[in-house]
Design a binder for this molecule. Structure first.
Ligand SMILES: C[S@@+](CC[C@H](N)C(=O)[O-])C[C@H]1O[C@@H](n2cnc3c(N)ncnc32)[C@H](O)[C@@H]1O
Ligand code: SF4
Length: 378
């Protein structure tokens, strides 16, 4: 492999104020004080162990996700980011994103995160209608969400994402559009617009709420796309919309099949070596198990076989609206493109992949039937 892929760092903070009924992330309701100092120490020990995997690369981006990273104090975030910078000096313009729940935020928090080096926020608004927020079991209401965005801006965060969901219990097209307009009025640079899914092992899966019909869901999608496009937002991935060039660099690296280290409970990583061998791993999932596992944080790891690589590459790359150049396939997997020529021809014949030989990109039909398209590369 001539050059190793770019490499990012994901940091998982596994606690929330309480568990939302739709959420299947590795998040746990905090009971009492968080073991912040202990966990911060473990994160840095975890990173130290993984340092050799950087193999001379600078970190492309950092993402503090959860759970609810904004539950941690600015001091703890500062300790983590400083420690990382000491071990692997960061470029001044490295994108550092932190996920924030509006219900956990005050002015001091946002200003402190900014001072600690966080330069991008992802705020979990979900909806700006109180009845929907209640139905989602959120800890915040509309007023709190608006206030959170206001103080984020006051703290100097001009680059921020809003997470918004649609297809919510009893939601009408008008409700969903009102949410979009209200979110756009907050002037985010990025919008993650997710359709609510009922995930196994969640309360909503066991006690499903009344969701909009397929027709309403389709109408929400179509009308929402028009509103976002009109507001000069560009869709660049299934659920991701950006203003101008303000895409999420961290997520782009996943979708372009880059490498990433994962530290923290249940964090995943993917590492390629100079022989183009690719390894996936996961850290111990439960916060207690993770803390108790020191110094061996990794619960399991497995190599990606040459048979699995094309599928894994496509699973990510074809989510991008404009796909990727064909060169990227070899750069990231170390495999010649001709090993999947038959599959590419089949996908093109089915009108699921565009006919351009220089790009790997789903057609409009391919984006609608993405699972079928990606399944061809299994
Ligand atoms: C890890 S959560 C992010 C931040 C923070 N914990 C919060 O909820 O405010 C990532 C985002 O995924 C989305 N999400 C979570 N579960 C979902 C589901 N079942 N269906 C659709 N979107 C979901 C939500 O928009 C959520 O903000
Ligand atoms: S706050 Fe976010 S991570 Fe936590 S339970 Fe709710 S959706 Fe999941």
């Amino acid at each position: 492999m001539q050059t190793l892929p770019p490499i990012s760092l994901y940091i998982h903070i596994p606690w929330c104020v309480r568990k939302c009924p739709y959420c299947d992330f590795n998040s746990h309701a905090a009971r009492g004080a968080l073991p912040e100092a202990e966990y911060t120490h473990a994160l840095l020990a975890d990173f130290t162990q993984q340092l050799p995997q950087l193999a001379g690369r600078k970190l492309h981006s950092i993402f503090l996700g959860g759970g609810t990273p904004s539950l941690f104090s600015p001091r703890a975030i500062d300790t983590v980011l400083r420690g990382i910078d000491r071990l692997a000096p960061l470029a001044a313009d490295t994108e550092i994103t932190l996920e924030a729940n509006p219900g956990t935020i005050d002015e001091k928090h946002f200003a402190g995160f900014r001072a600690a080096g966080v330069n991008r926020l992802s705020i979990g608004i979900q909806s700006l209608q109180d009845d929907k927020l209640r139905a989602l079991g959120r800890i915040h209401d509309r007023t709190t969400a608006l206030q959170a965005v206001k103080i984020a801006k006051q703290a100097g965060f001009n680059n921020f994402n809003l997470d918004l969901m649609h297809g919510l219990p009893d939601q009408t097209v008008a409700d969903a559009l009102a949410d979009l307009h209200a979110a756009l009025a907050l002037e985010p640079t990025h919008l993650s617009w997710y359709q609510l899914t009922l995930e196994p092992n969640t309360l909503f899966h066991h006690q499903p709420p009344t969701l909009p019909s397929e027709d309403v869901l389709y109408a929400i999608q179509a009308a929402g796309h028009a509103v976002l496009t009109e507001a000069a937002f560009e869709q660049y991935e299934v659920s991701a919309w950006r203003k101008k060039d303000k895409h999420c660099q961290h997520n782009i690296n996943y979708w372009q099949f880059g490498d990433y280290l994962g530290i923290g409970a249940g964090a995943h990583g993917k590492i390629t070596d100079s022989q183009a061998r690719c390894m996936r791993y996961m850290q111990h999932k439960h916060p207690q198990a993770y803390l108790a596992a020191q110094p061996n944080f990794t619960a399991n790891q497995h190599p990606l076989t040459q048979d699995a690589l094309p599928f894994e590459f496509m699973l990510n790359a074809l989510r991008l609206t404009h796909g990727v150049t064909t060169d990227l396939f070899t750069q990231r997997t170390g495999l010649a493109l001709n090993i999947i020529s038959d599959k590419l021809t089949l996908a093109r014949n089915k009108q699921l992949l565009i006919a351009d030989q220089k790009r790997l990109c789903a057609t409009e039909l391919g984006h609608r039937f993405l699972n079928d398209l990606v399944g061809l590369f299994l």
